[in-house]
Design a protein around this ligand. Structure first.
Ligand code: ASP
Length: 318
């Protein structure tokens, strides 16, 4: 019988609706006694947190815990709050070299609410963790009957059960009554060494009329990197573009992602603040990652002391 290690971290999937209609974490995890499959399931509660309280340090602790247990189990399921699930999944994808399924899941509605997705998602995640598909022996997100690649999956709705999508690629597979139906291969990402998460990388979203002081005030914070969520194909206001020079002179890498949920940033426009202009300044371009994930990746690259000139090559799709 296969052995699956379930690590609970908190989130709605570990909560129940109370009599006064609030949703709260319970002392005993509501999934502890759930096993509808022919598998040996060990539960472990590593954290008991709403996922807005998740941090890269805790992601590292989770990563190290899975690495320690890797040899003893056939697969892993991680239950997690949906708000930041995509960040933890992507952190694990970048830093956990493992040839076994590590499946993250959560719930939009607690287990005792009408129409809850908690048991369905948990059961689906276990099914994927138990599968023998070699292309699923890595980190994946399972929500609402779909398997998503952590590189692209994102929470797109505040309350809907089908709150997770991969806007650039769609899910990599569907869970059907017959089994798993693979739609396409996940993006191959290099695995990186990680021993600490002490790099201060800031994420800023561009908006019209953005005040350049927002940017310059960051120089006092001694940041290690900056991710800018730019307009469209990778363009920003001219007033901001001019200020970026001060960061680049201090060797602080600046990485562009787009505010658009689909597509990638490219160096096409040559006006002040246009992508071509920014590329000539030395700004880096990401490959379809969203802001929070690009921020995590840049901080992991910086903690590996990858020199500025080589950073761009880590954001080219394989
Ligand atoms: N706020 C909750 C969390 O992320 C939402 C959820 O789990 O769905 O912990």
């Amino acid at each position: 019988m296969k052995k699956i290690y379930v690590i609970h971290t908190g989130g709605t999937i570990g909560m129940e609706k109370t009599q006064d209609e609030t949703i709260e974490l319970q002392n005993e995890h509501p999934l502890f006694k759930q096993n509808h499959l022919n598998a040996h399931i060990i539960h472990h509660q590593l954290f008991h947190l709403p996922s807005p309280h998740m941090t890269p340090k805790k992601m590292l602790k989770l990563r190290n815990h899975i690495a320690e247990k890797a040899a003893d189990f056939d697969g892993f399921v991680i239950t997690h709050g949906t708000d930041t699930l995509e960040e933890t999944a992507y952190f694990l994808k970048l830093t956990l070299p493992i040839k076994k399924p590590v499946i993250l899941t959560g719930a939009m509605r607690p287990i005792n609410e009408v129409g809850s997705d908690a048991l369905y998602n948990f059961n689906s995640a276990l099914l994927v963790a138990l599968s023998d598909r070699p292309n699923l022996s890595d980190i994946f997100v399972v929500m609402d009957g779909e398997i998503h690649d952590p590189s692209y999956v994102t929470k797109v709705h505040t309350t809907r059960i089908g709150a997770f999508q991969s806007p650039n690629s769609g899910p990599i597979a569907l869970l059907t009554k017959q089994g798993i139906s693979l739609l396409h291969q996940p993006l191959l990402e290099r695995k990186y060494f990680i021993s600490n998460v002490d790099q201060e990388v800031i994420l800023l979203k561009a908006y019209t009329g953005m005040c350049p002081n927002v940017l310059t005030s960051l120089l006092d914070l001694k940041i290690n990197g900056l991710v800018l969520e730019a307009f469209g194909q990778g363009n920003i206001p001219s007033t901001i573009a001019i200020e970026l020079e001060k960061f680049l002179q201090r060797n602080i890498p600046i990485l562009l992602v787009s505010r658009c949920p689909q597509g990638i940033v490219e160096a096409n426009y040559n006006y002040i603040g246009g992508g071509k202009y920014l590329q000539k300044q030395g700004v880096l371009f990401s490959n379809g990652l969203n802001g929070p994930k690009a921020r995590l990746k840049l901080s992991i690259l910086l903690s590996n002391h990858i020199p500025y000139q080589q950073l761009q090559s880590h954001f080219i799709s394989s």
